[in-house]
Design a protein. Structure first.
Length: 261
């Protein structure tokens, strides 16, 4: 299976980073964490959600881990993360001692992890008893669950071998609940988060949505004519409003649990 990679922090920011903050704002309202916690953001990427933690939660300590040097470089350039510790690392083998944090989060990451169970076990390991382990992820198993779904459907219809995230099935609400419960977390709660993003026009939607990740890789493998045909087919499926704007809604599943005492 082809690996989905995100190596361009700026392109990710324009595309998925903006979506992540839309969901992340609602997610943090739901978590309602106290100020002054020690946080770890697992799979922090270019720091889109990590920045929200810094701005809204007044953390006593803030750490981020990601496998991409390029994404981490972008994250380190964010002024709000000047006091955060951002390092290269693997979600399935976190480079931290046991019980070091009050809260561990994953934002739009868990279905990219080859072994989600190991990743949740690692988050539980590094969080103190009574602390929180939480995540949100696009529901990749339902039509319209992810922001890139309109483009992905057309690409697959055109014969592109567009890969799904390696653990796409884990994004289902029931699968996430089972994952948290099997990890021994308690007081497990879930909610669905729906968000809508409005683009100035279709070209704005297209450039933001196809600027990075597997969509960009798939389009780069096509001829200019084939890529233009895909773009035209997607445009027909997304009619603009009277001002020419494109609005699209996506759904994420959010989950939280507590490390038992």
């Amino acid at each position: 299976m082809a690996r989905i990679r995100f190596e361009d922090g700026a392109a990710y920011e324009r595309g998925m980073g903006a979506w992540s903050r839309l969901v992340g704002e609602i997610f943090l309202n739901w978590l309602a964490p106290p100020r002054g916690l020690r946080w770890i953001d697992v799979g922090c990427g270019n720091g889109a959600f990590t920045e929200l933690l810094a701005q809204r939660c007044a953390p006593a300590a803030l750490h981020g881990v990601d496998p991409s040097d390029a994404q981490l470089e972008f994250a380190r350039a964010r002024p709000a993360l000047a006091n955060a510790t951002l390092r290269k690392g693997d979600a399935m083998a976190l480079p931290f001692d046991d019980r070091q944090f009050d809260a561990a989060v994953m934002a739009l990451v868990i279905f990219f992890v080859p072994d989600p169970r190991q990743a949740v076990a690692e988050m539980r390991r590094v969080v103190r008893p009574g602390g929180t382990v939480a995540a949100y992820v696009w529901d990749a198993t339902k039509p319209g669950g992810a922001p890139a779904a309109p483009v992905g459907r057309v690409l697959r219809d055109c014969g592109s071998a567009l890969p799904l995230p390696p653990s796409a099935d884990i994004s289902r609400a029931d699968a996430l609940r089972d994952l948290w419960t099997e990890a021994g977390l308690v007081s497990v709660e879930m909610r669905e988060i729906s968000v809508t993003r409005t683009f100035a026009d279709f070209d704005d939607f297209w450039s933001a949505t196809t600027g990075s990740g597997n969509l960009r890789a798939a389009l780069n493998e096509m001829s200019a004519e084939q890529a233009a045909a895909v773009k035209a087919r997607v445009q027909k499926r997304l009619p603009p409003d009277a001002q020419g704007r494109i609005s699209y809604s996506s759904r994420a599943n959010a989950i939280r649990g507590v490390v038992p005492g």
